[in-house]
Design a protein around this ligand. Structure first.
Ligand SMILES: Nc1nc2c(ncn2[C@@H]2O[C@H](COP(=O)(O)OP(=O)(O)OP(=O)(O)O)[C@@H](O)[C@H]2O)c(=O)[nH]1
Ligand SMILES: [Mg+2]
Length: 195
């Protein structure tokens, strides 16, 4: 298993995404403070904000071009805080790809357990994976001091939940080092290409 990277060989674009007819919906989910909004900010604006402002929900829409395909992409930012579970469920609806985030930082081990138990369970229980939606397990904050065996644990978790792959990232690092463009490109590819 691996989620990286580049245009897949010999696969066509799904009919629903041809000619830009349907937009690609990508949703970031996971515990509060792991860095979901920071990933989106790095991806969209090439910016990083050290200040933590918890999200309730946010939607970003824009054009996207990849591998000669052009269409639109909608990025849905969700809340890690439990008080917003009901709003989150509305954001999960109809998404093609879930970026299921946990923090690789020392001291945030529980965020990987929650990715596997709490967040994946919410996707399953809500039927959000029923239409063939895909998951990438995303490690965030790889620039920080990380805990022992984080990559092995993440790979195992990714396999157990049937994720398409595991990608470690950093929103703090420059675009060409943090794995963020690769992550969003891979998310779009998972959505648009035939399996
Ligand atoms: N060092 C480092 N810090 C990060 C990174 N990503 C996010 N942070 C910091 O972690 C804190 C939380 O980031 P957010 O992106 O707001 O977290 P979130 O997952 O969106 O949190 P909620 O909206 O509450 O669910 C902020 O202070 C960020 O600056 C990263 O890649 N590296
Ligand atoms: Mg946020």
């Amino acid at each position: 298993m691996g989620a990286c990277c580049g245009k897949p060989e010999g696969k066509g674009i799904k009919a629903q995404f041809k000619n830009g007819s349907e937009g690609v919906y990508v949703c970031v989910i996971g515990d509060g403070g792991v860095g979901k909004t920071a990933l989106l900010q790095r991806h969209m604006n090439d910016e990083f904000d050290a200040e933590y402002l918890p999200t309730i929900f946010d939607d970003y829409q824009g054009p996207m071009e990849l591998d000669g395909w052009s269409g639109s992409i909608c990025l849905r930012d969700t809340a890690g805080q439990e008080a917003y579970d009901a709003i989150n469920a509305a954001s999960f609806k109809g998404c093609h790809v879930f970026l299921l985030c946990f923090a690789m930082r020392e001291g945030r081990e529980a965020s990987l357990q929650n990715a596997q138990n709490k967040w994946h369970k919410q996707l399953m229980d809500g039927g959000h994976l029923a239409n063939g939606a895909k998951i990438i397990l995303v490690g965030t904050q790889k620039d920080a001091e990380t805990y022992d065996g984080v990559d092995d644990k993440a790979l195992k978790a990714a396999e157990q939940i049937g994720a398409a792959g595991y990608m470690p990232t950093s929103a703090l690092m420059p675009l060409d080092q943090g794995g963020v463009p690769e992550l969003f490109n891979q998310a779009v590819r998972l959505a648009i290409y035939e399996d």
